[in-house]
Ligand binder design. Structure first.
Ligand code: HEC
Ligand code: HEC
Length: 316
């Protein structure tokens, strides 16, 4: 297993981004009333709605639950340009956990951290909470730390790593555009997919509109992004979706200025000849194989992801 280290092995350091802070985070996660009943079961309170993404960020094989809460009588709205506007008071929640044994989830799980993005006075604030050993609550952690963990994967192999919990500036290295903090997964293209709700398959946008969280608009006009694990999709589409979700938050013209200056634009919608993929194909292959990219956020190689990108690059 190759370890990427905290800093990607490069000489570049993550700066203090000095983003405005418009609220004080609670010390304990339980103050947000996210879960009903025993917290370790991760059953969302009715005010929190589950979000499923078409394509996801790889984080050391962690399983993730994503939730959104908007204040009562408020809605997320789709703007003219297709962006989503979240009302002040919106809470986005992402919880990271591992099954003890992926072959049998009923054996239980270990929850590591819950990351929050909370919008207040038109700014997003970010923080993470570390779960206690009893799995009853989680505590605010702003400076990052490492957690030793191991689990059995679906092939029956024991995997282990020194999982890195990120500090606030590390969050912002990815979660920024035009020098302001932004959410990354909750885009229209990424939530426009089918999900099962109350035992029935439904488009997720339609469902969020039905429960009143999202304003109403014509679904026909909504863009989509494929699931990069869906092998019925073309290799190019899968690879571009992977690069969008694992690389484009840094490598796009409006991201953190150091990677934004690398002349790579990995956004899914960017025409191929403007992405820089052809010009930098050797570097891309080498850096992901060696675990140097993504720059932060992982300690283990995404074996399947690397295979996908290498096949794609070799097909060009
Ligand atoms: C390596 C880049 C990266 C880092 C570092 C990172 N995130 Fe994210 N985050 C993402 C991406 C990409 C998504 C959307 C994809 C997903 O959830 O799988 C996301 C999703 C989220 C979400 C769900 C809402 C949304 O944006 O879609 C929250 C909440 C969140 N991150 C908070 C944090 C916090 C807090 C930190 C720091 C402790 C952090 N993130 C660090 C890339 C990153
Ligand atoms: C958290 C931000 C971040 C993420 C996410 C990220 N990168 Fe980078 N990338 C950087 C930084 C910073 C540099 C410059 C590193 C240096 O100069 O040492 C860089 C440099 C590169 C370069 C080198 C360009 C050159 O000409 O030398 C390539 C290629 C690259 N990244 C590819 C990727 C790929 C592929 C992914 C996704 C698997 C990715 N990056 C994800 C921050 C990021």
């Amino acid at each position: 297993m190759i370890s990427c280290g905290d800093d990607g092995g490069g000489a570049v350091e993550i700066p203090d981004f000095n983003m405005p802070s418009t609220l004080t985070f609670e010390n304990q996660l339980s103050a947000y009333g996210i879960f009903d009943g025993s917290p370790s079961e991760l059953i969302p309170n009715t005010e929190y709605h589950e979000l499923e993404l078409s394509s996801i960020l790889f984080t050391d094989y962690a399983k993730k639950q994503r939730l959104v809460k908007v204040p009562e009588n408020e809605q997320i709205s789709r703007l003219q340009d297709g962006q989503l506007l979240f009302p002040n008071g919106t809470i986005l929640v992402k919880t990271f956990y591992y099954n003890i044994d992926d072959r049998d989830p009923s054996l239980g799980k270990r929850i590591i951290e819950t990351r929050l993005l909370v919008k207040e006075s038109d700014f997003w604030n970010s923080a993470t909470y570390i779960w206690n050993d009893e799995q009853t609550d989680a505590t605010l952690e702003l400076s990052g730390l490492d957690v030793q963990l191991s689990w059995v994967n679906s092939n029956g192999n024991t995997q282990s790593t020194l999982y890195h919990v990120l500090d606030e500036n590390e969050c912002i290295a990815c979660h920024q555009s035009n020098a302001t903090v932004i959410p990354l997964g909750t885009t229209l293209q990424n939530i426009n997919r089918n999900v099962i709700r109350n035992g029935i398959a439904v488009n997720q946008i339609t469902h969020l509109q039905t429960v009143g969280v999202l304003n109403s608009f014509n679904l026909d006009l909504a863009p989509t992004i494929p699931d990069y694990n869906d092998t019925s999709q073309s290799l190019a589409n899968r690879a571009r979706a992977y690069l969008q979700m694992n690389c484009a938050h840094c490598h796009n013209p409006d991201g953190w200025e150091i990677p934004a200056d690398e002349e790579l634009d990995f956004r899914f919608d960017t025409p191929f000849n403007q992405t820089g993929i052809a010009q930098e194909s050797d570097e891309i292959e080498e850096l992901i194989r060696e675990g140097e990219m993504p720059f932060i956020g992982t300690t283990l190689l995404d074996e399947e992801g690397v295979e996908l990108i290498v096949s794609y690059i070799q097909s060009l």
